[in-house]
Design a protein around this ligand. Sequence first.
Ligand code: ZN
Length: 176
Amino acid sequence: MFQEVWKTYEENELTHSAAHHLMAVHELRTRHGYARVSDIAQHLKITKGSVSSAMKHLKERGYVREDHNRFLELTEKGAKGVAEIESARVAFQRFLTHALGMDEDDAEIDACKVEHLVSAETRSRLTHFLSFLYSDEPAAHAFLEALRTHTLEHGVTLDGEVVFAGAPPAGVRDRA
Ligand SMILES: [Zn+2]
């Protein structure tokens, strides 16, 4: 079952590299109003050749097209993809920093690795989980308090070493 899932998945979904190409088009168009192959290459710090071949593939799959100036732009499918990837990254980053107490930089790296892989359901459930965790529900407060105490007493084990990962930063409730 799992074997079949990952096989079809590889064929249909975006690779991590493709996801970052799409995000680059989005970011450059938002910032400058246009995105050329050379701009994307500079933005991603890769060669124009590899951007061209990635864009060819994304065009064939309906994520990207050329505008009237022959510059690159996202199709509706591409824009939807970018929105999904970005919201997954935000949700994971919050989960890792706020709920698990991870360092912001480490959390950003790990969130980047999984951003393009999670389903819409995981994304929305995670967002819902976080909004509950940082709501005014007394049970949520009690849970965070207990977790904080437990972490302070026992720390977090990393490679056999005990790391005292802290509680969520102050003001987290407003951001979650
Ligand atoms: Zn990434």
